[in-house]
Design a protein around this ligand. Structure first.
Ligand SMILES: Cc1ncc(COP(=O)(O)O)c(C=O)c1O
Length: 373
């Protein structure tokens, strides 16, 4: 690894998180307990509606889909250009992810394509807020409402983003977040589900603890359920107090993290505006909190070679994402082409973005990128 590598992404952890973890370790109760309750209460306040914590963002999606009644042989509309986790959460329910195209300008779900793929088995739509951008989310809700679909927002990239002045997660059907190590806030690993559908919340509360009825309440008061009943399939998907202790401290810093990410993305926009070879996405970084910063390379650029060159100069880059419909497990010959996805995906490159970067880092990244195209 080059010395002083400018990392693509990283956890930004201070003494507050370290001390909070030590406190949990000293207390000797590491599992799901009072810290998770506190984190959930703080998240519920942040979103102004019920939030439930779980072990990661994939589990948040899986639990939400299951509690929405998505099951065997059902179909779920989802953009192909997303992290594998979105697809796996759907297929984990026995349902079929139906890969759709994306809009060129936002890399969010293309509703024209999605509407062509509606069948009488379609149960839900999973819009992915790519790089923190919710696209035209109200159109997704209109589409879902006229077709009787649940909306499970994959908000893994969008913690802190606002849409029409409302925080993502604070409105709509169901919103799922990831708190993995590199997200806008982290709890080590972790995730949460936000919804005001109280029946769904009740189902997920039990399902995250192996389906044990009301175990959440016992855990929050330092007890366990010894005598219990189970009425649904559940999973070991709960969050631990160690994770929640980190998450609580990170949530305190959300304003700083958001501003830093937004300022860095604006700086990238400014630096890249001088290049007529590289396209960036026109996002509003006053309301969007970017999780990644992706660009479109010229058609002639050999991406792997460029990534190697940049790495040798001390710059780590990423690819978000390999389209899922190209993976053996999700291939479907009847699908047809996803034109925008197929054109853009091979040319996408993500540049370093995390709150520990500064403007000089970005200047070096963009200079090196342009010199090596
Ligand atoms: C778009 C998207 N969806 C879902 C997930 C899954 O979250 P997790 O890694 O916490 O399981 C991620 C995480 O990287 C993601 O980027």
């Amino acid at each position: 690894m080059p010395e002083n590598l400018i990392r693509l992404s990283k956890s930004v952890i201070g003494p507050e998180e370290k001390n909070a973890v030590i406190k949990v370790l000293d207390n000797g109760r590491l599992g799901m307990g009072s810290e998770v309750k506190k984190f959930e209460d703080l998240l519920s306040k942040f979103f102004d509606r019920p939030a439930l914590c779980c072990v990661n963002g994939t589990a948040a999606l899986h639990l939400s889909l299951q509690a929405s009644g998505v099951g065997f042989n059902d179909e779920v509309l989802v953009q192909s250009l997303t992290y594998l986790a979105t697809f796996q959460a759907i297929s984990a329910c026995g349902a079929k992810p139906v890969p759709c195209d994306v809009n060129k300008d936002t890399l969010t779900l293309d509703l024209n394509d999605a509407s062509k793929k509606l069948t009488n088995r379609t149960k839900a739509v999973v819009p992915v807020h790519f790089a923190g951008d919710p696209g035209k989310l109200h159109e997704i809700y209109e589409f879902a409402s006229s077709n009787g679909l649940r909306v499970i927002e994959d908000s893994a990239h969008a913690f802190g983003t606002k849409y029409n002045n409302q925080t993502i997660g604070s409105f709509g059907d169901i919103s799922c977040f990831s708190f993995d190590g590199i997200k806008n806030i982290t709890s080590g690993e972790g995730g949460c589900i936000v919804s005001d559908d109280m029946e769904l919340i009740r189902l997920i509360k039990d399902a995250r603890l192996l389906g044990i009825i009301n175990d959440t309440n016992n855990r929050f008061s330092g007890k366990r359920s010894w005598n219990f009943d189970v009425s649904t399939q559940g999973w070991r998907y709960h969050m631990s107090d160690i994770m929640a202790a980190i998450g609580i401290q990170q949530l305190n810093k959300i304003d700083y993290f958001s501003r830093k990410r937004q300022d860095l993305a604006k700086k990238y926009d400014e630096l890249l505006s001088f290049s007529n070879q590289i396209s960036s996405f026109k996002r509003n970084y006053t309301s969007i909190v970017p999780h990644i910063y992706s660009i479109i390379l010229p058609k002639t650029t050999k991406r792997d070679l460029l990534r190697e060159k940049l790495y040798s100069l001390g710059i780590e880059t990423g690819i978000h994402y390999l389209p899922n419909h190209k993976l053996s497990y999700y291939q479907n010959p009847r699908l047809g082409n996803l034109l925008n996805t197929e054109e853009i995906a091979p040319r996408l490159l993500s540049l370093p973005l995390h709150p520990d970067l500064n403007e000089e880092d970005l200047e070096f990244v963009v200079r090196s990128l342009i010199e090596n195209l």
